[in-house]
Design a protein around this ligand. Structure first.
Ligand code: DLL
Length: 438
């Protein structure tokens, strides 16, 4: 594969993006009733777009637009030209549907192959692909990308953890793909079997589809003996492979901006924020054919930056703080689960398997109840019997430490209940929901 586009000089990249945006807007003006109408409403015509710098003149597209045009209203090709159909994983209402032509499937494979390569995977390696296969884009997306890169793929999908671990031990794959919470479940199962990290063949874990922070990375890297790398994407744009971390850089993800042009908008005013500030990630698909989207409002909160020390020229995004929908307002303070997770990392001994339950009074969230696990080794080395007064004082103090850390870092009051490692429900494959309802 040729990866040279990842290293384009910025002026060449802007020229490529401009050329592609101009072509896209003309194509949509021609082929999309929806966008032709939207552009007219906003008083612009395709000829007004002369470079990538004109992008903010274009209308924003929301998930509701996809719902209103369910199932194929936003497709710009006849249905018989589609090669694949996926849906977003939303749990409420009708799913949002995404059609792909053959060229789109090729593009999808290309950006996933690039992502796997940046994550450390190489031709000839074996991928244990535990992302769900089906209408979710994770399984097939990683599968086709890995094949394009020249890897072999075990399409195991999610679930049945014991069998997953048998096959990891027998087949000795170098690369694991799944959600970060499921990687923790796999790591737990290996630990239960007494398998040391050096005995695990895995070298790279390419993890995404949900927010995760450094404490989870640390646990996965330590227990599986891998580089754990973040991969981001969403069905509406393509699936996984919109951005990825480089395994030797980490901390932020390169956006493949020759295909997916990113902007960060203010969640309220919907205007671009100054470069580097946090807001909602909005993406334009510069090269898709069956269902291109202009300025799609992902609802994911992040910020952009250039990494002077990075290998590639393309822009990077910080890890997603959360979906705007997952934001809790606790006594007026805005909180994302990832901020609580980050606070855990300052208390040694916390195992990042946790659930948050908002406590409500008169329909307002006044506090958070948190259930979280403590490392079994700490309990063991304390020589305390579970259920004794001494034990209860010990875990009570541990919980207080976490509460204080969260108060200091996030500014909210929480009631933390400690559970021994392995006692809270685990991710059984797929995305985990950390917020529970009473
Ligand atoms: O989750 C695509 C995917 C599959 C990405 C496998 C990475 C790996 P959807 O089901 O449409 O697609 O969900 C997209 O998931 O808008 C984010 O809110 C969240 N998300 C995806 N990747 C990450 C990540 C897939 N690395 C929605 N970090 C997105 C944080 C993520 N959130």
């Amino acid at each position: 594969m040729d990866f040279s586009v990842e290293y384009l000089q910025l002026d060449q990249l802007r020229a490529l993006q401009s050329e592609r945006l101009i072509r896209l807007v003309r194509y949509l003006g021609d082929k999309s009733e929806f966008y032709a109408g939207k552009m007219m409403e906003s008083g612009i015509s395709p000829e007004d777009i002369r470079s990538i710098d004109d992008i903010a003149k274009l209308p924003i597209t929301y998930k509701q637009d996809l719902r209103d045009n369910y199932p194929f209203g936003l497709c710009t090709v006849p249905k018989n030209e589609l090669q694949r159909i996926h849906c977003s994983s939303g749990t409420t209402g009708k799913p949002t549907v995404v059609g792909y032509t053959k060229e789109d499937v090729d593009l999808f494979s290309e950006v996933v192959a690039r992502s796997l390569n940046a994550a450390g995977a190489r031709p000839g390696m074996q991928l244990h692909n535990a992302y769900g296969y089906g209408i979710f884009t994770g399984g097939l997306g990683l599968h086709y990308g890995a094949e394009k890169l020249g890897m072999s793929v075990l399409p195991i999908s999610g679930g049945m953890t014991s069998r997953q671990v048998d096959l990891i031990m027998d087949f000795k794959p170098e690369v694991l793909c799944c959600s970060p919470s499921y990687a923790l479940t796999i790591a737990d199962e290996l630990m239960k079997r007494g398998v040391a990290p050096e005995e695990v063949s895995l070298k790279y874990a390419v993890l995404g589809s949900e927010p995760w922070t450094e404490i989870i990375r640390h646990h996965i890297e330590e227990r599986l003996g891998v580089h754990a790398v973040n991969i981001y994407g969403l069905s509406e744009i393509i699936g996984p492979g919109v951005s990825v971390e480089d395994f030797e850089e980490k901390g932020g993800s390169y956006i493949w901006e020759d295909h997916f042009y990113p902007e960060i908008l203010d969640p309220i005013t919907k205007q671009p924020v100054p470069f580097g500030e946090e807001g909602v990630l909005v993406i334009t698909t510069l090269t898709k054919k069956a269902m291109p989207l202009l300025r799609y409002w992902t609802n994911d909160i992040t910020s952009l930056y250039y990494d002077e020390k990075g290998k590639r020229t393309m822009v990077k995004m910080k890890p997603i703080l959360g979906r705007a929908d997952d934001m809790l307002i606790v006594r007026g303070v805005n909180v994302y689960p990832s901020q609580i997770e980050e606070a855990f990392s300052h208390v040694p001994g916390v195992v990042p398997n946790y659930y948050l339950t908002p406590v409500e009074k008169e329909q307002m969230c006044i506090a958070l109840d948190i259930d979280v696990e403590i490392d079994a080794g700490i309990i063991k080395s304390s020589h305390l019997q579970q259920g004794t007064d001494e034990y209860l004082t010990f875990v009570g103090n541990f919980g207080k430490k976490i509460e204080n850390e969260i108060k200091k870092r996030v500014g909210i009051t929480t009631a933390v209940k400690i559970h021994v490692q392995d006692s809270l429900p685990k991710c059984e494959g797929g995305k985990i929901n950390r917020i529970l309802k009473r």
